[in-house]
Design a protein around this ligand. Sequence first.
Ligand SMILES: [Zn+2]
Length: 159
Amino acid sequence: MANTSTTPSTICEKYNLTIEQLSAGTHIVLNGTQHCVIVESSSVPGQEYKIIWNSLYKVLQCTVHNGVPCKASANGKQCYHKRVALAVIELEKAQSIREQAEIEATPEYQFEQLFRDLEDALNALDRIAEEANEREKARRDAERYSLPLNGNRPFSLLR
Ligand SMILES: [Zn+2]
């Protein structure tokens, strides 16, 4: 799982990759929806493979991005390009978790958070006051309507 201590070197170790292999991978989004990782061939300059997630078969696939398919995939074998794709995504996730943690550590964020907490507290107070008002109104209503019917009418002061 991605965590804050994930670094390129721990990722390389986990996926059995070199830093060069890892750096050949780039996460891109095609047509604004399809996530994939483009991996440059280490043996053929300019040759790129596109690693996609096949949601139907729930497998990663190494497909042609330009030129020809990678030899391993063409022969139905696992290739390291898929590991690069997994590594790139995991590293990205770890980075965004770290960035979020950094944002949360800034005074601006903490102030904003404080302000939000304060707002929540004020809202809660408003609700309490409102409830108290309603209770008071109900009490007054009850008082008004339970007066004995001996001539003391409720609005005697308005006579
Ligand atoms: Zn491949």
